[in-house]
Structures are given as C-alpha cells and as structure tokens.
Design a protein around this ligand. Structure first.
Ligand SMILES: *Cc1c(COP(=O)(O)O)cnc(C)c1O
Length: 421
C-alpha cells in the first residue's frame, strides 16, 4: 500500500503529540468495509467486524455507522461495541473460553447469538439460559480440519488447534440444542485462520460446513445464519490478497438455493492497511558491521514482527516530504535493523531493511499497522500506550485516544505502598 495523497503533515502532529503514535486513515476503513459489504450485494449479509483487530471506539463507531456489526471475544469487546453504537442484534460472541458471567451478560444484552465452541460450553449456556428463563440463540463453531496455509500462530481450523467442534460432534450437538427448550440454534460458524491468501482452503472449509448446513436443513433444523468467519489477508509487502468478489462468489455458490443470511467477520481486511505507527529515530549505531536504527517505539507498541515474523514496510518523513518504501528502495541505502528501547533482543520493528543515513528526530512511518497493533500493545518496561489519531480524505485530523498518563500505569498499586497509607 502506498501512502495516500491526503496523508497529514507529520511535522505538526509530532509537535502536538510527540512520538510514537498510531495514525488511522478513516477513509480507507470506510472503503474496505464497503468493499466487503458490496461483494455480498444482492444477498442478506452482516459484516460483523472482528473487534480484536482494532477496538478503538471511534474505529468501531465508524464501522457501526455504515451498518456494520461486531464479532466479539470477551465481555469487554461486547461493551465496547455497544458503546460505539453497534446494535446488540448485530453482535456475535465468539471464543473458546467464555466465562459464566460473560455468557449471562451476553444473554441479558440480547445479542444476535453466542458462538459455542464445545459441548461443555453448550451445556453451560443452556443452564444459564434456563436459570433466567430464556432461550439462548446459539451457533456452533465447527472445526473443518483444514490447513489454511498461514502462520501457525494464526491458524485455527485444524483439529490440532483449540478452536471449534469437529463436524460429526457438531451434528449431534445441533440435534441436542434443537430439542432443548433453552437453546435456539440459529447459525453455523467456522473460522480457519488469519491473513489467508489462498482461496482454496477457504473453499474446502465452506464446502464442508455448507454440506453439514444442508444436511441439518434436510432434517428440519433450519439455520438462519451462515457465518464464514474472517481471515481475509491483506498486502504487507508483495502478497496477492484474495479478491472480495471472488471470495463472495465462492460462498454464494455453495449456498445456492438457501435463504441463509451470510455473516462475515473481517478484522484485518478492514483496518490493517488503514493504520500507521509513527516513530522518531533516537540513535544510529553500528556493532561490528551490523547497522541498528534505534527508534522510540518498540515491541510493546507493535508486537507483530516479534510474534509472527511479520514484515511491516517503513517509509521516511523528512523535511515535510514522505519518501515511500518504493522510492527508498532506489535511493542511497544500506541494510539496517530497526529496533526499540526495550531490554529484549526480540524488540525489533524491522530486520535488514534498506534505509538511508538517518539523523536524530527523523520520522519513520511503519505501514500496515492498523490491525493487531494497538490492541496487542502492553505496558512492558512501564511504557505508556501511544495515542491514536485519525485522518480522512477531507484533510481532517482528530484525536481518537489521548496520550496515556504515566501516572495511570501505577494508579492501582499506589494504595498498597507500605509507608504511604
Ligand atoms: C480473529 C477472528 C476473526 C478476524 O480475523 P481477521 O484475520 O482479522 O479477519 C474473525 N472471527 C473470529 C472467530 C476470529 O477469532
């Protein structure tokens, strides 16, 4: 992704907020949402944005304002979605380890359905629903046992992964739920992994699950929602992502002859290419012949390079000009690792990338950081989380999360200091 022409002036922003900070392109978020929604045009569909990719309230509000729903994996995410204006009947609750209080609250909030991931969980949902004399709308997450050919940490659709219920068992549980007065099976769900670049495993999974869906239909167990999960990959370097149109056509073909509403749960696809992490160069150094560029952001702000071997291209901002990755490739550069101040060798943002000689306070633009960036940030080394800022193609720039106060990092500990009570 090249940087859009309406990218804001970083000189002014850094004067106001310092560095590091996250910067999100709300125009791109809207376009990505409309792209995936449009792919399913002519069919009833719900785009349930996966909050875990980026759960900033303003980001979720933008998606909700376009009619989007939310795929949540904790009560916290459900509450965020509601605060941001997502309608409860557009919210799905997924995840392998839902707590009892979370299930109870989800039932009280009357969300669209709970995505159940095991028999144990199904029985607990039934018990809780019965205790409050209600009928819980549920869907089962079925594990199609398909290798999605992505990084093992983000592969979820194999029996060796902790997610979902094997096909045969799912059938039995559907029949059980169908008979229970406190369970109402309304959907079927699968999600085989993230950053998927290959349509074939998705098609195999869709075929397997739709065949179960059709066989349940045939015995009078009619499900209203066919939930294909998320996982659509994006371009970080030179990947060739799946076209939303091809993806949707593949699914529509499998569901021909049925009325089911399609639910799709993209996270990365909507926000991944829409985000940037802006950081300042602190120092340069060469150890033997190895060049390091030390910056003021770190693995606690963006852990993807460390956790997933992810590659984030970096552009340069110098004298009010953006020098994008492709131009950098051709200019006078040497190889360097871009590293942060954290006391870990795993603390890097990029390895062996080409960069020109850099000076103190030069700004680097770490690209494609909108998904699984801020949401995975930690306070490691007692570093406050960076602020988040939005911009759009109308040249508007606004804060969507203020800079964290350092004091808030130890607020919950102060009262327990021995001599300070
Ligand atoms: C993580 C997740 C998603 C979103 O994945 P992306 O790769 O970001 O699209 C959707 N559904 C479920 C159940 C998930 O766990």
């Amino acid at each position: 992704m090249s940087i859009p022409h309406y990218f804001p002036s970083l000189g002014q922003l850094t004067k106001r907020f310092g560095t590091p900070f996250y910067l999100y392109d709300f125009t791109n978020i809207q376009q990505q949402y409309l792209k995936i929604k449009g792919a399913f045009a002519g069919r009833k569909s719900l785009i349930a944005y996966a909050l875990k990719a980026n759960s900033n309230l303003s980001v979720v509000q933008q998606i909700a304002s376009l009619g989007g729903g939310a795929d949540c994996v904790s009560l916290g995410e459900i509450k965020r979605a509601i605060l941001a204006g997502v309608k409860p009947y557009h919210i799905i609750f997924s995840g392998v380890g839902k707590r009892k209080d979370e299930i109870l609250e989800a039932l009280h909030l009357n969300i669209l359905f709970i995505n159940v991931e095991s028999e144990d969980e199904l029985l607990l949902v039934e018990k809780i629903a019965s205790s409050i004399r209600t009928e819980a709308r549920i869907s089962l997450r079925v594990n199609p046992n398909i290798n999605p050919k992505t990084h093992p940490y983000i592969s979820t659709g194999l029996n060796e992964n902790k997610f979902g219920i094997p096909v045969q068992e799912a059938k039995r549980l559907y029949l059980y739920a169908h008979k229970s007065p406190h369970l109402k099976p309304v959907g079927i769900h699968f999600h085989i992994g993230s950053q998927l670049l290959d349509l074939e495993p998705l098609q195999e999974a869709t075929q397997k699950i739709s065949s179960l869906f059709h066989s349940l239909n045939a015995i009078g167990l009619e499900l209203k929602f066919f939930d294909v999960g998320g996982g659509l990959g994006i371009n970080y370097t030179d990947e060739k992502p799946i076209e939303p149109y091809d993806y949707a056509q593949m699914i529509l073909k499998e569901l021909r002859g049925t009325e089911a509403t399609i639910i799709c749960e993209p996270g990365r696809f909507i926000v991944g290419n829409s985000g940037y992490l802006i950081t300042s160069v602190l120092y340069e150094k060469i150890n033997d012949s190895k060049r390091f560029v030390i910056v003021d952001t770190a693995m606690n702000d963006l852990i993807r390079p460390t956790l997933y071997d992810a590659i984030h291209q970096i552009a340069l901002f110098d004298s009010e000009k953006i020098i994008d990755t492709e131009i950098l490739e051709h200019s006078h550069c040497t190889l360097a690792d871009v590293v942060g101040p954290i006391c870990e060798s795993g603390d890097f943002l990029a390895k062996n990338i080409k960069l020109p000689p850099l000076k103190h306070n030069n700004l680097l633009i770490i690209k494609n950081a909108g998904a699984y960036g801020f949401t995975m940030a930690s306070h490691y080394n007692t570093r406050p989380n960076p602020p988040e800022i939005a911009f759009n193609d109308q040249k508007k720039v606004w804060v969507i999360r203020s800079k964290e106060r350092l004091e808030s990092l130890w607020e919950n500990e102060l009262a327990y200091l021995k001599d300070k009570q």
